[in-house]
Design a protein around this ligand. Structure first.
Ligand code: NAI
Length: 422
């Protein structure tokens, strides 16, 4: 076997799950706004996710075409298209996760808050339907301004008597994705690094000099993908986005000026895309990726994996603000650390196993190369948020940023609450 043929099995962490040894439960995911700029690539990425068994694509128009197109992809899920309000109930019925990228995007010169008047109404209507048809679902709110649309959703669910703060998430993953990319570039570290780890009888290691031969004779081969990690807390607009570069890993010696520039670029990342698209919308492809990563974390949490940690805008008591983007623990440490374990049974047959098995094997084999796991950020579980993690130690610059963002975030939250109760 060549190294290449082995590495392809872990090439993407969206495609990576669905171990042969596991029974994967049925999960329905509904995407509301599925015919839009984010909705379409997000529908594609969710169709590629082996944790999804049923994919409901809803929009006010144009969903039959998107659904027919995506449905031809030969992956696990069945795809159904729903068009117009009359079909919203059917789209939502039985959904485990509802992702909402419905609403208008920004144009150059607009802030996310400028979208409030249109998107608040859209989100309100959709949340009323969620409360009625799938009150248990985990709701992933993408529609902007997230700082207000999440409080709107909370109020609508409260009125319907279905509110569970553990099940409502503002999707801020794109801020994390951007912070990781920009940090990796500045710190000159690979944004993700895949290491080949070989467990091998020591006498073989001594006698085999070539890596290919090691792999051939090894008993256990797996990959550890270590990623740059940057927590991003606060909210999802301008200065309310607070990347914590002091907690970024791997560590890099960046100057204060570099940290300030990185912070600003992360906060203005959305505007960078809006301006580059020159009136043709805001981030759609990177957002679809980020939305797919977050929905995947929710599904893993629901399926009982442990130590799934993401940043998300959730109800919290971490600060005096009722909602705050924090590290939330969603669900298996090893899965989340992008660990892929492969046990070689014979030359042409292999099965994937869980890491705890590999750890047991560790006692019997010599480790050729092992990398430490990275710490991660919100723990997700079977009921959504399992734990909201604290902010951790902040630098003086971050403490200052935190104080500065509070009034703006507070006012966006209040605006959402007021709208929902009008
Ligand atoms: P888009 O205009 O391309 O697509 C929006 C879709 O929503 C359209 O297909 C439209 O028909 C649909 N829609 C409108 N009203 C609806 C309703 N009542 N029910 C169902 N669908 C409805 O916009 P795009 O670029 O996909 O952006 C969508 C939203 O995502 C915007 O609010 C944008 O600001 C937000 N966004 C959020 C980000 C985040 O990090 N959370 C990042 C980028 C965008």
């Amino acid at each position: 076997r060549s190294i290449k043929s082995l590495t392809t099995s872990s090439s993407s962490h969206i495609l990576r799950r669905g171990y042969a040894s596991e029974a994967v439960p049925d999960r329905k995911v509904a995407v509301l706004g599925a015919a839009g700029g984010i909705g379409q690539p997000l529908a594609l990425l969710m169709k590629l996710n082996p944790l999804v068994s049923s994919l409901a694509l809803y929009d006010i128009a144009n969903t039959p075409g998107v659904a027919a197109d995506v449905s031809h992809i030969n992956t696990r899920s069945e795809v159904y298209g729903y068009s117009g309000e009359a079909e919203l109930g059917k789209a939502l019925e039985g959904a485990d996760v509802v992702i909402i990228p419905a609403g208008v995007p920004r144009k150059p010169g607009m802030t996310r808050d400028d979208l409030f008047n249109i998107n608040a109404g859209i989100v309100k209507g959709l949340c009323e339907a969620i409360a009625k048809h799938c009150p248990q679902a985990l709701v992933n709110m993408i529609s902007n301004p997230v700082n207000s649309t999440v409080p709107i959703a909370a109020e609508i669910f409260k009125k319907a008597g279905t509110y569970d703060p553990k099940r409502l998430f503002g999707v801020t993953t794109l801020d994390v994705v951007r912070a990781k990319t920009f940090y990796a570039g500045k710190a000159k570290v690979p944004v993700a690094e895949r290491r080949l780890i070989i467990f091998c009888n020591s006498s073989l290691i001594l006698s085999k000099g070539m890596l290919d031969m090691w792999i051939y004779y090894s008993d256990l081969v797996f990959f550890l993908v270590s990623e740059v990690n940057v927590p991003v807390v606060g909210g999802h607009a301008g200065i309310t986005i607070l990347p914590l570069f002091s907690q970024a890993t791997p560590k890099a010696n960046l100057s204060d000026a570099e940290i300030t520039a990185l912070t600003k670029r992360t906060q203005d990342g959305g505007t960078e895309v809006v301006e580059a698209k020159a009136g043709k919308g805001s981030a759609t492809l990177s957002m679809a990726y980020a939305g797919a990563v977050f929905a995947d974390a929710c599904l893993k949490g629901l399926n009982g994996a442990s130590d799934v940690v993401e940043c998300s805008f959730v109800q919290s008591t971490i600060t005096e603000l009722p909602f705050f983007a924090s590290k939330v623990i969603l669900a298996t440490l090893f899965e989340h650390n992008k660990l892929f374990v492969r046990l070689n049974i014979s030359d042409d047959k292999s099965i994937a196993v869980h890491m705890h098995f590999a750890v047991e094997v560790l006692y019997f084999y010599t480790i050729v190369n092992i990398v430490l796991f990275l710490c991660l950020q919100v723990r997700l579980g079977k009921n959504g948020v399992e734990e909201v993690l604290g902010l951790g130690p902040l630098s003086d610059y971050e403490k200052e940023g935190l104080e500065k963002l509070k009034p703006e975030l507070q006012s966006s939250i209040e605006k959402g609450i007021k709208f929902a109760n009008q």
